[in-house]
Design a protein around this ligand. Structure first.
Ligand SMILES: [Cu+2]
Length: 157
C-alpha cells in the first residue's frame, strides 16, 4: 500500500448486458455495491505483456473487489466484452478515495466492462457477477491480447 499513484484513468462501462437500455444503470450499480459486504479481494497487476494473475475465482452473486495496478510502462486496460454484472469503479488519489462510474458508451459500446490505467496508476473495481461461467478478460491495446494479455474470471454457482 505504498505506491504513490496519481489518479488513474478509469473508464467503466458498467455491464448493461441483455440489451436493457437504462440510463441510470450505473448509478443503480454504484448504490447497490457501495454498501455491500465484500466477500473477496483480489489484486491484479497489468504488465508487459500480461495480467498477473491470469485467473480469478469467485462465486456468482458475491461482491468482490479487484485492485488493478499498472506496474508496466505502457497504458493497459482490463476489459470484458460481455458479462452480466453490477460494477463500480473506485478511483484512488493521494489522500482521497472516491467512487466514480462513468458510462463511456460512445467509445466503448461493445464492451461490458472496461478499465484503463496509465503506467504506474492503480484503481479498484467492485463487481458482482450475476451468472456462473467463465469470462475472458483482456487488454484492448493493439497487439496486447495477441501477445498473451488475457485472463479469465471463473465464476462458480
Ligand atoms: Cu495492455
Amino acid at each position: 500500500m505504498i505506491l504513490p499513484a496519481a489518479a488513474g484513468l478509469l473508464l467503466l462501462t458498467a455491464a448493461c448486458g441483455g440489451g436493457e437500455a437504462d440510463d441510470d444503470h450505473d448509478d443503480d450499480d454504484a448504490a447497490k455495491l457501495a454498501g455491500a459486504t465484500v466477500a473477496q479481494q483480489f489484486k491484479v497487476e497489468l504488465l508487459e505483456i500480461k495480467f498477473e494473475p491470469k485467473e480469478l475465482r469467485f462465486k456468482a452473486g458475491e461482491v468482490v473487489e479487484i485492485e488493478f495496478h499498472n506496474d508496466g510502462k505502457l497504458v493497459h486496460d482490463f476489459t470484458i466484452k460481455k458479462i452480466d454484472a453490477d460494477a463500480m469503479a473506485m478511483a484512488r488519489q493521494e489522500g482521497q478515495s472516491g467512487a466514480m462510474a462513468a458510462h463511456q458508451e460512445e467509445h466503448q459500446k461493445d464492451l461490458a466492462l472496461h478499465m484503463a490505467l496509465e503506467a504506474g496508476d492503480h484503481g479498484t473495481l467492485r463487481l458482482r457477477v450475476h451468472k456462473a461461467g467463465q469470462y475472458e478478460y483482456y487488454c484492448t491495446v493493439a497487439g496486447h491480447k495477441d501477445a498473451g494479455m488475457v485472463g479469465k474470471l471463473i465464476v462458480s454457482k
